[in-house]
Structure formats: C-alpha cells, structure tokens
Design a protein around this ligand. Structure first.
Ligand SMILES: *Cc1c(COP(=O)(O)O)cnc(C)c1O
Length: 397
C-alpha cells in the first residue's frame, strides 16, 4: 500500500527514521553508458537478489523501456516475479535467464513463466531435454561453461564431449553460451586473459550460439571482447566495479541513504561512547545519534571506521555500530547547522557506497543487498519522488 509521505519524510503519522532514495533515471543512464561500451553486443541486466536489493519491480520496467531485452536472476522464484513485472510493463517478450538453472520437478514452472534456465551440469541438461521431449519442441536454454572459476558451469571436458556429440544438446534451443570471470575487478590479473582464452576456444565449438563473458568489471577491461552479450549487475546500480578513486567512477550514483538524528549531546574529553566504550573522546565532543544500525544493513564491521555526511561535510562514526543506532562525531560542524530531527547521509553524494564497503572490509554488492526492510524506499524518476508501493514492510505504517 502506498504510504502517503510528504516532502518532509513524514507519513501516516510516523516520521521516517531511515530512508533510501533510488534514482531510476541513474540506473537507466548507467545501462546506456554500459551499452555504449559494449558496442554492437547486446547489453543485458543482472538483477538477482531483487536488483541487488534496490527493487526489481521499479527498476526492471524502466530498463525494459530503455531497450534492455535480457534479464538475469538467480532463483526461479525471482524469475517468476521478474516475468510478472515485465508483463505489467508491456515487456513480455524480454528474456528472463535463471542463473541457477533448474532442479527436478521445476520444468513446468519454467515453461509456464517462459524462463530460460542457465544449465550448468549434465543432469540439468538431461532434465531440460526431457521437458523438451514432453513439449514436442526445442526449449530455450543457456549454457554456463566453467573457464577457471570452479564455481558453477560445465567442466571443459564435459562441454567438449557434448559439443562433439551430434545429439549432445538435442532438444535445446541454445540462446547463449556464458562463462564468468573470477578476478574481473582487477583488470591486470592474469586470470582474466587465461579465462578469456579458454572461453574463446570453447565457444569456437558452438560458433552459431551467441557468447557472453563480461560482467560489469569485464566491460571496463581495456582488452575486453564484448562478444555477443554483456551481463552487468553492480555497475547498473552505480557502484564502480573496478578499484579506482571515487572521483574516476564514470557511473551515476543511484542510491542516497539517510537516517534521522534522534539526539545531539556534548561530552567532555575522555568520556566514552557506545557499547564496549569503544570510542573515547580526545576533546570536548559533540555527538549525533542516528536511527540506523546493523539490523538495517549498516555493517557492524564499520564500527569506528566509517564516515557519514552532513551538508556535504564528512563526519566520523564514533564507537560501535549497534543494532538500531549509530553515533557520529559532529564537533567540526558549526552547532547551529545541525539539529535534532535532521537527516544524516550514510551513503550518497558525499560518501559513496564503494567507500562504505571499503571501510567495512567488504564490497558494494554486500552493502546494497543487505539494506534492511525497515528502511523506507522511495524512487526518483524524471525529478519526481515516487513512493514505494511494496506491501512488504518497506513502507512506513
Ligand atoms: C552476478 C553475476 C553477474 C553480474 O556481475 P556484476 O559484477 O554485478 O556485474 C554476471 N554474470 C553472472 C554469472 C553473475 O552471477
């Protein structure tokens, strides 16, 4: 149900204590930027885990409208939801790939929702071939071949054996042959060239099938061959997939995450802050306590390491991250510029998601996919803020 919330962030009688603004236009702009880099190759969108936590229902229709024709999710249930959102947006002909392939008993569901399994094992291939015999026609499928990551994908020898067998892929209408880079985030890593070479040798065995190698990072490699289709995920959401200074990130920032200041207080030098008294003031210190914590996905590993921002000025986190609260040292801001009830930026234009990840010893992917259900999500499109209409606890009640 849409909670009517005004520009002041108040809704239905309760104040929003932590909110996320997702810029739909920025996601679309990032897709265009990536599609431009991909040249003649098709640019898909990887949207597993609800679009990296940001909302498939809002983002997939916008990407379809921009021209995206192929979507990747991990689980079949995510594919069913994706199919529904695309159909509602009039994009029923887009392809929906299920990266985890199919399990026994799922073929009917895949067929009913027109989901394309990405097959990684010989058992999955046999299951889908049996479904094709039952259907009396070839069924669309993608093949994942392993090129050195050793996670998912047909082993090289199994793939070679099947490709050499006239009936090896019988009953499959092969849409795509893909592999995945293990060290894409470091363009200089020799794994990239090794995987590229292995994959190109394997795809030569099925030259008529479109091939796909690059995730977001791969698209930025100086020597990336775009092949026939690229599969960006994280870059769509504004996070730089390769390690470089934030100022060099060519992508548009997508999220703004704010939380409300519940209390401001001053403490004397040598007084402590928070659990474990893990921060001790070295001077007279002004503190702002805000309404967000590890239960909302603000990682506990950020304790004493991160920064927030107020009026574009960075302020250090003081002490441990609690379940529902954080405390920032705002001493360096003029006292009249910060009031109880103001919002503090946790990530957005001053602090990037990538920085937050680095301080917490993780990656932007984890920051985005852990954003919790108490955070009120709103979407920005054509300069307008749209309320989140998911009835799943995101909207304030
Ligand atoms: C998640 C995933 C992607 C997207 O990766 P990003 O690094 O987010 O661009 C592409 N391909 C496969 C197989 C994936 O699992």
């Amino acid at each position: 149900m849409a909670a009517a919330s005004g520009a002041d962030g108040r809704s239905s009688g309760t104040a929003v204590l932590s909110r996320l603004i997702v810029d739909i236009d920025a996601v679309v702009a990032n897709w265009h930027l990536l599609a431009g880099r991909a040249g003649a190759a098709e640019c898909a969108a990887v949207m597993k885990a609800d679009g990296y936590g940001l909302g498939v229902r809002q983002l997939a229709p916008a990407l379809a409208e921009a021209g995206c024709r192929s979507f990747f999710v991990a689980h079949p249930a995510e594919g069913v939801a994706m199919r529904r959102h695309l159909a509602e947006a009039g994009a029923g002909t887009a392809r929906v790939f299920i990266l985890h392939g199919l399990q026994e008993g799922e073929a009917a569901l895949f067929r009913a929702h027109d989901l394309c399994p990405v097959l990684s094992t010989e058992r999955q291939i046999r299951l889908w071939q049996a479904a094709a015999r039952e259907a009396g026609r070839p069924l669309p499928a993608a093949l994942h071949v392993d090129s050195g990551m050793n996670r998912l994908g047909l082993a090289e020898d199994a793939f070679r054996r099947l490709a050499a067998d006239r009936d090896g892929f019988e009953g499959l209408s092969l849409q795509l042959l893909l592999t995945h880079l293990a060290c894409g985030d470091d363009p200089a890593d020799p794994m990239n060239a090794m995987q590229r070479a292995r994959f190109l040798a394997l795809r030569a065995l099925l030259p008529q099938v479109p091939a796909s190698l690059s995730n977001s990072a791969g698209i930025f490699h100086p020597e990336h061959p775009p092949l026939d289709l690229v599969r960006p995920g994280i870059a769509l959401y504004g996070v730089d997939p390769v390690d470089r200074p934030p100022a060099q990130n060519p992508l548009h920032p997508v999220v703004e995450w704010h939380s409300r200041i519940l209390q401001i207080r001053e403490i004397d030098a040598s007084e402590a802050v928070g659990y474990g008294a893990a921060f001790r003031a070295k001077r007279r210190t002004r503190l702002a306590t805000v309404s967000v914590g590890y239960a909302d996905g603000y990682l506990r590993g950020l304790s004493n390491k991160a920064y927030g921002a107020l009026h574009g000025v960075r302020v250090p986190l003081a002490g441990r991250v609690s379940m529902d609260l954080l405390t920032f040292d705002i001493t360096d801001l003029p006292a009249d510029r910060v009031r109880e009830g103001d919002e503090l930026e946790l990530a957005g234009h001053t602090v990037s998601v990538g920085e937050l990840a680095r301080w917490g010893g993780t990656i932007g992917y984890e920051i985005l996919t852990r954003l919790g259900p108490r955070i009120n999500r709103r979407y920005k499109k054509a300069g307008q803020l749209i309320d989140n209409e998911d009835a799943c606890g995101n909207a304030p009640v």
